[in-house]
Design a binder for this molecule. Sequence first.
Ligand SMILES: Cc1cc2nc3c(=O)[nH]c(=O)nc-3n(C[C@H](O)[C@H](O)[C@H](O)COP(=O)(O)O)c2cc1C
Length: 377
Amino acid sequence: MRTITCIEDLRQLARRKVPKMFIDYAEAGSYAEETLRANRADLERIKFRQRVLVDVSQRDLGTTILGEPVPVPLALAPIGLAGMQHGDGEILACRAAQAAGIPYTLSTMSVCSIEDVAGAVDKPFWFQLYVMKDRGFAKALVERATAAKCSALMLTIDLQVLGQRHCDAKNGLTVPPEVRLRNLIDIATKPGWALGILRGRRKTFGNLAGYTPSGANVASLASWISTQFDPALSWKDVEWIRSLWPGRLIIKGVLDVEDARIAAKTGADAIVVSNHGGRQLDGAPSSISALPKVADAVGSEIEVMLDGGIRSGQDLMRALALGARSCLIGRSYIYGLGAGGQAGVAKAIDIIRNELDVTMALCGVNRVGDIGRQVLA
Ligand SMILES: Cc1cc2nc3c(=O)[nH]c(=O)nc-3n(C[C@H](O)[C@H](O)[C@H](O)COP(=O)(O)O)c2cc1C
């Protein structure tokens, strides 16, 4: 890999290696992408207090996530179709996370199935669940996650209906890709990607094998998905999942304080302050702007995590300062995956870890647990 110094380098490299329809799918937000942009803009607005001549020779980035020790307060977010950024993408990302000692979350909408990943890695990973109309299918997924010894279940609650991403419809995003001349020419210029996908274990939604209509294009997939996601989902279903899954439970997709208060009473272990990376409710506030109120309201009752727009260790520090115990990264590692498979994901994690380390030093902080609002200007 050429010299890579930041997540933006990985993004540029991924754009050269991954076909346009899949990189567009990863980068896009819903509708006018206001929330997607706000996630970044609001992080960039937060400035640090530079502190000098503090002894910062004993820095320690370690902490715990859900009681498990981690060397840096970071985890990999669930990403649908990660296996279309790179062949066997979910397995490679999971291996990179485990080598770095941080949690990896496998999406319900992954290419590699729960069993594929469990058979290819040596430590437990987290599984992200979408509860769809067919509750039997949701129950079966929970049972499969139990059998695979997943160490936490992440229940995503911000996708009762699907926000539209214009580029997916325009690109004819399909799994496997729709045969369009434009797509074929694009793929022909990305032979490394194509070979990786050909060699990969699967080419479609692994967890949904036998469940999705085969050869669906984005229009039929979108209509299929909209028939499967359940607009009637409620907090009662969270109770139901809690009863099925005795292990660690994370509720992902909370932005509002009222919802956070309800989530904290469900017996879940953590919530993720998230707007799905700006892919659902366009016009929703950025995750970072929603964080302080949520952390103040429930941070003493439940572990508060955040995702949305984290592209650097500086961003991670900003979120920790405003009340998050840890952060998930989505696109930051997906760019790494597209750019260089497992090594690319490892690089993304390493970049963010090192940036956090230096940022802590320049703010005069030695321990992650000491990061609070005092580090902000
Ligand atoms: C390409 C892509 C696919 C995603 N798929 C899922 C998914 O299957 N399940 C889920 O809970 N969240 C999904 N998300 C949301 C991420 O888990 C996470 O909330 C988001 O990426 C965080 O924002 P960031 O990408 O700016 O870090 C997806 C996000 C992206 C970018």
